[in-house]
Design a protein around this ligand. Sequence first.
Ligand code: NI
Length: 210
Amino acid sequence: MTATPSEALLPIVQAGDPVLRYAAVPVDPSDLARRDVQQLIARMKATMEAAPGVGLAAPQIGEPVQLAVMSDGPERFSHLSAADLAARERTELPFTVIVNPVLTPLPSDPAMVGFYEGCLSVPRLTGFVRRHRVVRVDCIDEHGEPRTWTFTGWPARIAQHEIDHLRGTLYLDRAETRSLSTVENYGELWAGVPTTDVAAALGFPTDGSR
Ligand code: NI
């Protein structure tokens, strides 16, 4: 199938570009009715899926506005074991667009969980990051409708990672730097290994991890 212009992929901005370090500006809700803005959202979705990734924030395609797309499902996580999926609470996240989000951590036991994550703007690396296990996101959607989402587990991690992008923060800023690993080494050495064992070998603390 030939890609239509709305599905043409966008280049993903890589770490070192200052656009990833700006605080993105709010989107004027009336702009969501514009054809070019809807086309941008469609192209972000296609770019995220092709990468493949589970989230993409507008600054990552060079647009410093408060808009991000997210999506996760078996096509992205079927390579993980049932135990890994359960530990991460990695569940299906239907395609979701968040615009002008406000993030609120919600009480949970445990409040924080730590796992390895990566970023399309930081290729080849993965690192251990503690995040809130449950969060609320108040935002508007791609049609300008107010939305309140509650995310738990991996979807909450995705939302926090993408909203960080809108504040000029990369996961590297929150990662245990001693945990950093190439994706290749992670796959060869640590896939399926309890994080506590990875931490013991590499020498980083694991409070909040399983
Ligand atoms: Ni990212």
